[in-house]
Design a protein around this ligand. Structure first.
Ligand code: GDG
Length: 471
C-alpha cells in the first residue's frame, strides 16, 4: 500500500484533535499506510523558523512548522481568510485584495512544499487539503516531487465570473493544473471549476472525463464529504449528550425546540435566519410561548474585522427580536456565542424538533448530516436546509429554502412544526440512507482510489516526462 502524505493547515498532531470527524478519517488512513502529516504547529514566532519539527505517534509521522507573525497576518488571516474565503463564498464585497497577501501565501505554500520534498518518496500519494494550499502541487513539482498529488477543496468553488474577480485567478488556475486529482464537495462546484478551466483557460475534456489544460491532465470530480454516522449516533446517546439535553429540556419546559449550530461566520446566514424567526412569530402568533429557537454560534476568526462586525450585528438583532416578542415566562430566541462539546451538541440535536441549517453558501455543511443522524427514528425532527449548501444536492428530502428569502424560511419553520409524523419519518429515512451510504470512509476511499489510479495512468506519466524534459 503506498504511503499517504496529508498536507493541511492544522493537523491532528495533538491527540485531543483526534476527537472525531475528518481528523479521525485522515488519521486512520495515515496509520494504515505509515503516513506523514504536514502542517502548521499552531504557534507563532517572531523569526522565520530554521527547521521543521518532526515527531511520530502510533506509526504516523508529523512534520510541522511554526508561522512567523508576519506570515500569519498576510498568508493566513490575509490571503486565505480575507481574500479566498469571501471570494469563494461569493462575497467579493467583503474581500481584501492586497498583492502582499498573495506573495506571503505563495511563499508559505513553497516553504511547506520544500519540507514535504525533503521527506517524499516517488511512490507516495500526496493529499493536500483546502483553500490554504491552492498552489501546493505547483510548489511541490518545483521542489522535485513527481508522484501523484491530489487536492480536496472543503469550501465551494465559485462560478467562473466570481473566481475571475481574484487578481491572481490565472496564476492559481495554472498552479491547480499541477494537481492530478481535484476533489470538490458538489456537482455544482465541479461544474464551476470545469467551466472555468474549459471556457476561460481553453482546457479540453478528454474521453475518460478528465481535463487537459496548460499541458496537464486533471481529474476534476465531486466527492461529497460525509460524517461517521455510527460514531455520531453513539455521541448522541452518551451520558454527556443526555445531560446537555436534560439541561436544555428544563429551560424548554415542554416547548418545541428549533435549533441552529454554526461557527459564527458571515457565510452561515445568521442575520437572515434571525430575521426569519421574527417573521415566523409575526405570521404565526399562535406559536408564541410554544416554540423556542436556540442558536449556538461559537465565535471564530475573531481577529478578522468582518467577523467582529457580524458579532455586533447578531447581538443587536437577537436583542431586538427578544425585546419585541418575549413574555414574562418565555424567550423566543436564545443565542449562545460559546462552544459546546461534540457530545453535548449531539444531545441537543437529538431533542430538536427542527434543525435550521441555512448558510448563504457552504461547501457541504456537516451540521445538516449530524442533525439527521442524531434524530430518533420513531419521532424524527425536520431539517430545513439552504439550497446553497453542498448538502442540498444529497439531501433533497429536507425542506429546501433560499436563505435570502426570510419569508420562505419563516413558512418552512411553520411547515416543519406542523408536519405529520409519517411525512417526517419518510423524509428522515431518505436523508439517513444517503448519509449512511456516503459516510466519511466512503469519501476518503473514493478520493484515494482515484489518486492511486493516477500512479497507474501511462498518459499522465508520459505528459509529466515531456514537461520535465521541457524543463
Ligand atoms: C468547512 C466547510 C464543510 C460547530 N459548533 C461547535 C462544533 N461545531 C462543529 C459541527 C460540525 C463542524 O463544527 C462544522 O462543520 P460545517 O461543515 O458545518 O462547517 P465549516 O466549519 O465551515 O467547515 C463546510 C466542512 O469544512 C467539511 O469539509 O462541510 O462546508 O465550510 O461538525 O458539529 N463542534 C464543537 N463545538 C461547537 O460549539 N465541538
Amino acid at each position: 500500500m503506498p504511503r499517504v502524505i496529508a498536507i493541511s493547515n492544522r493537523t491532528a498532531a495533538d491527540p485531543s484533535a483526534r476527537a472525531g470527524g475528518l481528523a479521525v478519517a485522515l488519521w486512520d488512513a495515515l496509520r494504515a499506510s505509515g503516513g506523514l502529516w504536514v502542517g502548521w504547529t499552531g504557534n507563532l514566532v517572531d523569526e522565520p523558523p530554521r527547521s521543521a519539527q518532526w515527531s511520530q505517534d502510533e506509526g504516523v509521522e508529523f512534520l510541522l512548522t511554526d508561522l512567523t507573525r508576519a506570515e500569519y497576518d498576510a498568508y493566513y488571516i490575509g490571503y486565505a481568510n480575507r481574500t479566498i474565503w469571501p471570494v469563494f463564498h461569493y462575497r467579493i464585497d467583503l474581500a481584501h485584495f492586497d498583492s502582499a497577501y498573495f506573495d506571503a501565501y505563495a511563499a508559505v505554500n513553497q516553504r511547506i512544499a520544500n519540507m514535504v520534498a525533503s521527506k517524499a518518496q516517488p511512490d507516495d500519494l500526496v493529499w493536500v487539503h483546502d483553500y490554504h494550499f491552492l498552489l501546493m502541487a505547483d510548489c511541490l513539482r518545483r521542489a522535485g516531487v513527481g508522484g501523484p498529488i491530489g487536492f480536496f477543496l472543503h469550501i465551494p468553488f465559485p462560478a467562473p465570473e466570481i473566481f475571475q474577480a481574484l487578481p491572481q485567478h490565472d496564476w492559481i488556475a495554472r498552479a491547480l493544473s499541477a494537481y492530478d486529482v481535484i476533489g470538490l464537495q458538489s456537482e455544482h462546484d465541479r461544474v464551476n471549476l470545469t467551466r472555468y478551466l474549459t471556457e476561460v483557460c481553453g482546457g479540453v475534456e478528454t474521453a475518460d472525463g478528465r481535463i487537459e489544460v496548460f499541458g496537464n491532465l486533471i481529474r476534476v470530480k465531486a466527492y461529497p464529504i460525509g460524517i461517521d454516522p455510527a460514531a455520531f449516533e453513539e455521541a448522541a446517546n452518551s451520558p454527556e449528550a443526555t445531560e446537555a439535553a436534560t439541561r436544555l429540556g428544563r429551560f424548554l419546559g415542554g416547548r418545541d425546540l428549533v435549533l441552529g449550530v454554526d461557527r459564527m461566520d458571515y457565510t452561515k446566514g445568521l442575520p437572515e435566519r434571525f430575521a426569519a424567526v421574527g417573521q415566523f412569530f409575526d405570521a404565526h402568533p399562535e406559536f408564541a410561548g410554544k416554540v423556542s429557537v436556540t442558536q449556538i454560534a461559537p465565535p471564530s476568526r475573531s481577529k478578522v474585522e468582518e467577523y467582529q462586525d457580524l458579532r455586533q450585528q447578531l447581538d443587536e438583532l437577537a436583542g431586538r427580536i427578544n425585546a419585541d416578542y418575549s413574555d414574562l415566562d418565555w424567550i423566543p430566541l436564545r443565542y449562545l456565542a460559546r462552544p459546546y462539546s461534540r457530545d453535548e451538541l449531539a444531545g441537543l440535536y437529538r431533542i430538536a424538533r427542527v434543525g435550521l441549517v441555512t448558510p448563504l453558501r457552504d461547501g457541504m455543511n456537516l451540521v445538516a448530516k449530524e442533525f439527521v443522524t442524531a434524530q430518533r427514528p420513531e419521532d424524527p425532527g425536520v431539517l430545513i436546509l439552504s439550497e446553497f449548501a453542498g448538502a442540498a444536492e444529497q439531501l433533497p428530502s429536507a425542506l429546501l429554502v433560499n436563505p435570502h428569502d426570510t419569508q420562505q424560511m419563516a413558512e418552512a419553520i411553520h411547515q416543519a412544526l406542523i408536519m405529520p409524523l409519517d411525512e417526517r419519518q419518510k423524509r428522515w429515512k431518505a436523508a439517513r440512507e444517503v448519509i449512511e451510504a456516503t459516510d466519511l470512509t466512503w469519501w476518503r476511499e473514493a478520493f484515494l482510489d482515484d489518486l492511486r489510479a493516477v500512479a497507474k495512468t501511462p498518459a499522465k506519466a508520459a505528459l509529466r516526462a515531456v514537461a520535465a524534459k521541457a524543463g
